[in-house]
Design a protein around this ligand. Structure first.
Ligand SMILES: Cc1ncc(C[n+]2csc(CCO)c2C)c(N)n1
Length: 225
């Protein structure tokens, strides 16, 4: 394994010196493994068996929504707080929740409690720990991984999208200009805040970013069975 340079060293020679670009490049090869994952490819082709994946992801999305609440609470300005609050209310608590209810019903799975897989447990712990920290840079880091990786794989889809609504709407939720704008907002926040953190905090953010990316890869591995 090659050592990862500190941000201030890395930025001196980087083509794009953005803080989130430092994080992303340090999360390889897992980052590309998520974007190019065979399960994501199967979703794009309309061939994935979505049942286990969505049952597990419904639990993920619940903790994620709580984490969005912590981001609302800890954001540093009204504009940022309102942006995150809008996403929480319109997408997480409405559009996405509606999708899960329809998809899980169609799959005969229901929306009640389900036994979390080990990777789901780990992901829930990571999000709950981060939420309890009430530290905006750490909260943003976990949000950034979850949203940016999903924009990455879903943006590989080409028209026409699959006919089955379970695949098609899952792709639509994670691609398109509105979702790309949300990911750009999260990256901008972290690009603004990251460079002025102490070096130890930057290292902490990096460790969390890499852990979350590894969990994204293992979550798709679990879904693929
Ligand atoms: C393992 C996993 N990672 C990321 C996402 C993406 N994601 C999670 S919550 C949310 C927004 C609103 O609910 C989005 C886009 C996912 N679904 N599952």
């Amino acid at each position: 394994m090659t050592a990862i340079p500190a941000y201030h060293e890395w930025r001196a020679t980087a083509a794009d010196p953005a803080f989130t670009e430092w994080l992303r490049s340090a999360a390889e090869p897992d980052w590309s493994a998520v974007i190019d994952h065979p399960f994501a490819t199967a979703i794009i082709r309309g061939e994935a068996d979505m049942r286990r994946y969505l049952v597990q992801d419904f639990q993920f999305v619940d903790s994620f929504t709580a984490l969005l609440g912590a981001a609302v609470a800890t954001a540093e300005s009204f504009e940022s707080r309102a942006r995150i609050g809008r996403f929480l209310g319109q997408i997480a608590a409405d559009t996405e929740r509606g999708y899960f209810h329809r998809a899980l019903t169609a799959l005969g799975a229901g929306t009640g409690p389900a036994k979390p897989e080990p990777v789901t447990e780990e992901f829930l712990s990571l999000m709950d720990e981060t939420r309890r920290s009430q530290r905006y840079p750490l909260i943003l880091t976990v949000l950034c991984v979850a949203e940016w990786t999903y924009l990455g794989w879903a943006s590989r889809a080409e028209f026409p999208l699959p006919e089955n609504f379970i695949h098609r709407e899952w792709i639509e939720l994670h691609s398109g200009p509105e979702f790309a704008g949300w990911v750009a907002f999260l990256r901008d926040e972290l690009d603004r805040i990251g460079p002025s953190l102490a070096e130890e905090e930057q290292a902490e953010v990096l460790g969390l970013f890499r852990r979350a990316t590894e969990l994204e890869r293992r979550f798709f591995d679990m879904a693929a069975g």
